[in-house]
Design a protein around this ligand. Structure first.
Ligand code: ADP
Length: 491
């Protein structure tokens, strides 16, 4: 009898243990299914956090063929239907959303996008409910860093009236699951690229770019108008797919690209080519592929490739030393650009180079439109100086006072680029400040309060003196640019 009850206890224990194991397995399977579902829907970061919170155990498993969370739910619904002739109610609205929990946490726009929530993205500015717009714009108020660790950032353009802004933001929030032909690795790269999306305009407007009237006009014609008035750019007038901005450093090429980003309603992918190569190495080729895939997915898009020569140097030159992965990346870039030409997608490649003669001919062929962004003219230089050292007294902390002969200064800065002139202005503005440093330093020992400071006026002599210390960076190269322009002038 004793023996029998001992046996039955043992069996009962075994059954309980087996049940426990089964329950544990079920819980784990559920987590794995959720993890799989999140990945499939493009919630890469959420999946990563879930995996982290379960000590990295989820990644080690995959769901079996033909199983996923959606299917499990469907099976459950069918079962309930067969049993009770009605479908089960799976979710219901929470009565009172717990505001206290989310209210305290300030979410950055990046983290909001990182979650890539699934919404039905309306494709026009008119669609989308007001409340949805508010919810999204709440998450995008602050500015994330301008350049990511990967030398790549993606900007959604915030333009004018709220409706337009939200259109772009909602477009960006499309879940990555909408992208077919994405394996796990590519999805991860896409999530990394998307993570660097910042919903903040670079805030450079056409009016902020001094001079460069021709370049502005050409850029508008090539990129801005085809997006604004697509009906005018069909057939033979189909828009350029690739545009090269070339010229001396510091002349406003990046500014032009940023103005496109600000003024145009496009998703803006900003890539520093050299960072791609140095930081991505083996993965740079895949990154380029995913980048173009994303650009198409979020079209209309602009891809801005800065310092192009650092990846697309002539293949012949230094071929032996050329890193294998960099070569593959170049090839991928060319293939992708060919793809753009054949497609109807509104995706533009805007490239910038200070050394166009070093560019690969294959790449040049794909950058059909080439625009020289030259050194500022005398008028532009004068406008720049009066912009940075305005004639009127302005209060920038301690008053900046100027007494400058702008015409003479413009004459004396021939050959200087915009950024050179900005440097000279800074240097000139520092002169009166330097003179009072000694007074300030000696005063600090006596009291913490600053003495009443009156800075000397910045004079023409200050400026001319600063010029002697700041040499123009590209004056001698200008002939080379114009010679190159003659040879490679675009159609
Ligand atoms: P790059 O041609 O090398 O891309 P940038 O566009 O980055 O040059 O310009 C560098 C800086 O020089 C700008 O941030 C701006 O302050 C100044 N600058 C250059 N050109 C202009 C311009 N045409 N108008 C206003 N600022 C300019």
């Amino acid at each position: 009898m004793m023996e029998l009850s001992y046996q039955s206890m043992k069996i009962a224990n075994q059954v309980r243990e087996a049940d426990d194991v089964k329950t544990e397995m079920r819980k784990k399977s559920l987590l794995i299914l959720i993890h799989h579902h999140l990945l499939g829907q493009g919630y890469m970061d959420t999946a990563a956090v879930l995996d982290q919170e379960t000590s990295g155990s989820l990644r080690k498993f995959d769901v079996c063929d033909n199983i996923d969370l959606e299917m499990v739910l469907m099976e459950f619904e069918s079962y309930q239907y067969v049993k009770f002739q009605k479908y089960p109610k799976l979710i219901r609205k929470t009565l009172e959303p717990d505001r206290s929990r989310s209210g305290g946490v300030k979410r950055s726009p990046c983290s909001a996008l990182r979650r890539l929530p699934k919404i039905n993205a309306p494709q026009s500015s008119q669609s989308g409910s007001g409340s949805k717009k508010t919810a999204i714009s709440e998450n995008v108020s602050s500015a994330p860093p301008e350049m990511s660790d990967f030398g790549l950032n993606v900007t959604s353009i915030k333009t004018g009236p709220t409706g337009e802004v939200n259109m772009v933001q909602e477009r960006l929030l499309k879940p990555l699951s909408g992208l077919s032909a994405m394996d796990g690795e590519m999805a991860e790269l896409a999530a990394i690229i998307s993570r660097d999306i910042y919903l903040h305009s670079p805030n450079v407007h056409w009016k902020d770019i001094i001079g460069l009237e021709d370049a502005k006009r050409l850029v508008k014609e090539a990129v801005v108008y085809p997006i604004k008035y697509p009906q005018l750019f069909t057939g033979i007038r189909s828009p350029w797919k690739g545009l090269l901005l070339y010229g001396p450093p510091g002349t406003g090429k990046t500014l032009l690209a940023k103005a496109v980003a600000t003024e145009c309603k496009t998703t803006f992918f900003n890539i520093s080519a050299s960072s791609i190569v140095s930081k991505w190495r083996g993965d740079s080729e895949k990154l380029v592929r995913v980048l173009f895939l994303l650009a198409r997915y979020h079209a209309p898009s602009t891809i801005f490739l800065d310092e192009l020569e650092s990846v697309i140097g002539q293949r012949g030159a230094g071929m032996g030393k050329e890193h294998e992965s960099s070569y593959r990346m170049k090839t991928e870039l060319l293939v992708q650009m060919d793809g753009l030409v054949k497609s109807e997608d509104l995706v533009f490649v805007l490239a910038a180079s200070n050394l166009p003669w070093e560019l690969d001919h294959a790449m040049l062929r794909r950058l059909e439109k080439r625009i020289l962004v030259g050194l500022p003219t005398s008028g532009a230089r004068q406008a720049m100086i009066s912009h940075w050292l305005p004639p009127l007294n302005s209060t920038q902390g301690v008053e900046l006072r100027t007494e400058l002969d702008y015409e003479t200064l413009a004459k004396n800065t021939e050959g200087y680029s915009g950024s050179d002139i900005q440097l000279v202005c800074k240097e000139a503005a520092m002169r009166p400040v330097r003179k009072i440093f000694d007074v300030l330093e000696s005063h600090q020992h006596e009291t913490t309060a600053l003495p009443d400071i009156k800075l000397e006026t910045v004079t023409t002599a200050d400026f001319l003196n600063a010029i002697t210390h700041t040499k123009p960076s590209a004056r001698n190269l200008m002939d080379k640019y114009t010679a190159w322009e003659r040879e490679y002038e675009s159609v």
